[in-house]
Ligand binder design. Structure first.
Ligand code: FE2
Length: 149
């Protein structure tokens, strides 16, 4: 596959993962129960609100480099590594999902960082750097919340 088509396909894979992750975060926000309800209900909202902005930025970046962003959920499901969550009410389970999902997304973003570097696509490369740095920070925070590492 031509390098640019490979880049666009991988960016669409990333978009698909974010879309499923977004909807999973909505589910966590709606279904959380227990003593951490107020804390996590708000935190999940903060995350899906941010994910929504990232999704739009990614889709418009794909357009800016001459691609077409995938917009159908059926196609997202074909492309995503993150699976749709069943109902999670437990706080620690929800946060553990977030750490896992972010690792999956980070792996793709790191691959895209290398690919955009090879292609000298500075705009996409800078976007990946920003997303990686932000996610490394929140992953640290969620692991601290889980009292791990
Ligand atoms: Fe809400």
């Amino acid at each position: 596959m031509e390098a640019k088509s490979k880049l666009i396909a991988k960016m669409n894979d990333l978009l698909a993962n974010y879309q499923i992750h977004y909807q999973n975060l909505r589910g966590l926000h709606w279904n959380i129960k227990g003593e951490q309800f107020f804390e996590l209900h708000v935190k999940y909202e903060e995350l899906y609100t941010r994910a929504q902005v990232i999704i739009d930025e990614l889709a418009e970046r794909i357009l800016s480099i001459g691609g077409a962003p995938v917009h159908q959920y059926a196609k997202y499901l074909e492309r995503t590594n993150i699976q749709e969550l069943s109902t999670i009410t437990n706080g620690a389970e929800g946060v553990a999902y977030i750490v896992d999902a972010q690792e999956t997304i980070l792996k793709l973003e790191r691959e895209l960082l290398l690919l955009t570097d090879e292609l000298a696509d500075e705009g996409s490369n800078a976007l990946m750097s920003d997303l990686i740095r932000e996610k490394e920070k929140t992953t640290w925070m969620f692991n601290a919340w889980l009292n791990k590492k």
